[in-house]
Design a protein around this ligand. Structure first.
Ligand SMILES: *Cc1c(COP(=O)(O)O)cnc(C)c1O
Length: 374
């Protein structure tokens, strides 16, 4: 291959480390030759997909030979009603990751920067580098912070703003820490960020927050034209495999995001199932309640083993191993339990475990005891 060919690759792409997904069950099955594997590595809903969405699939009589509605009319109309917002302020994505990428393509480029907290979601630097912009990390709260160890430090983020920063990514609750931001603190931050800088509020885990802690992000959109709120069907709605997410924003930003969006980015079945899942209130409530109960239980069990978890309002726990996490991760794999190592997130001595069903959590704890000799 010509050397100059590779020299012409965008520097951002050369600097980019690819996203490392949780290990797929099938892959571990092939490696170990066993079948009863428990995957608690990608924050999926352990109850599976919304039953309403599953029903849509089993009763599907549509024509897969046709393109989907490129404007996602039915899904957007329902989202608009639920959020009391004009459909023109919604941008649908192939998962909310797609929307994050759209934001980067619209606002970032060489000489520009995106700002996010240390230990924030790995997709932020990826979309930033893919747009050939500069990923900038603000320091996180200290490991011994009394309330929110490793959480987003909004004061440090505000300090880090300069003329190059065009986009700020905030996740609440954040992945992989599980930490969250108090609504009043986000509001104060929005007041402080210049109105020509985009703030993306990534609410992938919003439905897992205690209702009293959920930010009134919808209302903030009326005061901040630079705010983009992202949501997903991958977590509590249980549709990670179908890839549907969306953004709410001002009409002008939705217009620009939609200009660069691929015309058929959300597939036919994704749109139909997301629409059904949206009204599956019972499933969402059951998922949130099961998660809260099992998360508390798991946190107590981890603490009892000297593996304290960070405070979490999400559907996962990140716990301190007191030593390198990677060997423990590999030992758990050999027991058929997949969790997530976090060295790539600057947390080499932590592991992240998704809150599973009670049975899955017991399997995880038993595997943990087996590999630590407890
Ligand atoms: C899982 C997750 C998402 C959602 O990604 P999708 O592309 O919608 O599946 C977004 N942000 C964070 C922080 C996440 O952890």
């Amino acid at each position: 291959m010509s050397r100059t060919l590779l020299e012409h690759i965008n520097p951002g792409v050369e600097a980019l480390s690819p996203y490392e997904p949780g290990k797929p069950v099938e892959e571990l099955e092939r490696e170990l030759g066993i079948t009863d594997i428990v995957k608690l590595a990608s924050n999926e809903n352990p109850l599976g997909a919304s039953p309403s969405a599953r029903r849509v699939l089993t009763e599907w009589r549509g024509d897969l030979g046709r393109y989907p509605d490129g404007n996602g009319h039915a899904l957007k109309t329902r989202l608009a009603a639920i959020h009391d917002i004009e459909p023109g302020r919604i941008t649908l994505g192939n998962g909310s990751n797609d929307v994050l990428d759209l934001v980067a393509r619209v606002f970032l480029g060489p000489g520009r920067a995106a700002l996010f907290a240390r230990h924030a979601f790995a997709v932020y630097p990826i979309v930033t580098l893919a747009a050939d912009a500069d990923p900038r990390e603000a320091p996180a709260l200290a490991p011994d912070h009394p309330e929110m160890p490793y959480g987003h430090d909004l004061a440090a983020m505000a300090e880090a703003l300069d003329d190059a920063v065009r986009v700020v990514f905030l996740a609440t609750p954040n992945n992989p820490t599980g930490t969250w931001l108090e609504p009043a603190a986000i509001e104060a931050f929005l007041e402080r960020v210049p109105d020509d800088v985009v703030v993306v509020l990534d609410e992938a885990y919003r439905e897992y927050l205690d209702p009293a802690r959920r930010p009134d992000s919808r209302a903030w959109l009326e005061r901040h034209d630079n705010l983009i709120v992202t949501r997903t069907f991958s977590k509590i709605y249980g549709l990670a495999g179908l890839r549907v997410g969306y953004a709410l924003s001002s009409p002008a930003l939705a217009d620009r995001l939609n200009r660069v969006r691929q015309p058929f980015n959300v597939n036919l079945l994704g749109q139909a199932c997301a629409l059904a899942a949206l009204d599956d209130d019972d499933f969402v409530a059951e998922s949130a309640a099961t998660n809260a109960e099992q998360r508390d239980l798991l946190a107590r069990e981890l603490a009892a083993r000297g593996l304290p978890a960070l405070p979490s309002q999400a559907n996962f726990l990140t716990f301190a191993c007191g030593r390198e996490g990677a060997p423990l991760y590999r030992a758990l794999l050999r027991e058929g339990v997949i969790v997530r190592p976090l060295a790539g997130y600057g947390l080499p001595e932590h592991l992240r475990v998704t809150v599973g069903t009670e049975a899955e959590n017991r399997r995880f704890l038993a595997a943990l005891d087996a590999v630590t000799g407890a």
